[in-house]
Design a protein. Structure first.
Length: 336
């Protein structure tokens, strides 16, 4: 089978021929049909993820079909459509796992970072960690929902979103465009904050009622002019300045949710936080219950990503387009 491998940080990905792996007890073999290309994949390549191990097959937005099951596996069955996400496995016994917050497990294994992911024709996954993909979702659409979709959907839930609240989304990339779609589908009023004024049309098409061009306006002032500010700001772009500038635009009791990983510090003036009791919250992707909720919500509310498909062999090309900021849609690697 073909696998797209990164040998060590800051080297190009290469295509390798590898034997198809065999599932051991408790594992399944997934025939990968689609795998989204995520910004965190660039993090692995650029050496920015300290717990990444090499050589590694990237990819944590996996959608495919169970091809074989290992000894003792009673679920899923061969032929089931399943996805794999960032969380490859968790320990099951630490305090975080026991209270149902397995994404915070200190012993978690991460797909495509510490274990081989979906940039290959077949991958191994722990049987209990795959997510069933609803029939309504194609493999290509389900892929990006496993990380980009999960991260923004769950970020809103973690922030305590209530129907009718105002949600501002910083950035309109892979996570941002899905954030707008989820927020709209959940009944929010939505704003988009971007430094590219040419994103305004797209923001409106997706359902945003308000657009803040940070090249011409201060995000905090512009958001406060939006009926008193945003209840939730989802910072999906990897820019700490953009997140910091938006904090004063939170409504009282509002929450800034930091989702996109960038350089620099998230910071806020003491009084901007204290006076209106604002919060800053970091949120990683989510656990198994969160990913199931994301997929079910997406299937029933028709929230699907905007994607461009590439053959697996073009993984390197898709990654460099993402790196240069030239990708408009989520790139999805397709395997027949
Ligand atoms: Zn990701
Ligand atoms: Zn644990």
């Amino acid at each position: 089978m073909k696998a797209v491998v990164i040998q060590k940080p800051n080297t190009p990905v290469v295509i390798e021929e590898r034997p198809i792996p065999q599932p051991k007890a408790g594992e399944v073999l997934i025939k990968v049909r689609a795998c989204g290309v995520c910004h965190s994949d660039l993090g692995v390549i650029e050496g920015g993820i300290p717990f990444a191990t090499f050589p590694r097959v990237l990819g944590h937005e996996v959608a495919g079909v169970v091809d074989k099951v290992g000894e003792g596996v009673t679920w899923p069955k061969v032929g089931d459509r399943v996805g794999m996400q960032w969380l490859f496995s968790a320990c099951g016994h630490c305090d975080q796992c026991v209270r149902g917050a397995e994404i915070l497990c200190p012993f978690a294994q991460i797909t495509g970072v510490m274990q081989d992911g979906g940039y290959q024709e077949y991958m191994i996954a722990p049987a209990l960690y795959v997510a069933p993909i609803p029939d309504e979702l194609s493999f290509a659409d389900a892929g990006p929902l496993m990380c980009a979709g999960l991260t923004v959907f769950n970020g809103m839930r973690q922030a305590g979103y209530k129907p009718g609240q105002k949600v501002a989304v910083i950035g309109l990339g892979g996570l941002g465009h899905l954030a707008v779609l989820y927020a709209k589908a959940m009944g929010a009023r939505v704003a988009v904050i971007s430094n590219s004024p040419d994103k305004q049309d797209e923001a409106q098409e997706l359902g945003a009622e308000y657009f803040v061009n940070t090249g011409a306006q201060k995000a905090g002032d512009a958001l406060r002019a939006w009926d008193g500010g945003a209840d939730i700001i989802l910072a999906t772009a990897p820019s700490s300045e953009a997140a910091n500038d938006a904090v004063p635009g939170l409504a009282p009791d509002g929450t800034l949710v930091v989702l996109g990983v960038g350089s620099g510090n998230i910071s806020a003036m003491h009084f901007d936080l204290i006076g209106a009791r604002r919060r800053v919250l970091g949120s990683p992707s989510g656990g198994r219950s969160d990913v199931r909720a994301t997929l079910t919500f997406s299937a029933h509310n028709k929230v699907v990503p905007r994607i461009t498909k590439y053959p697996l062999e073009d993984a390197g090309k898709a990654l460099s387009l993402l790196q240069s900021g030239k990708l408009r849609d989520r790139a999805v690697l397709m395997i027949a």
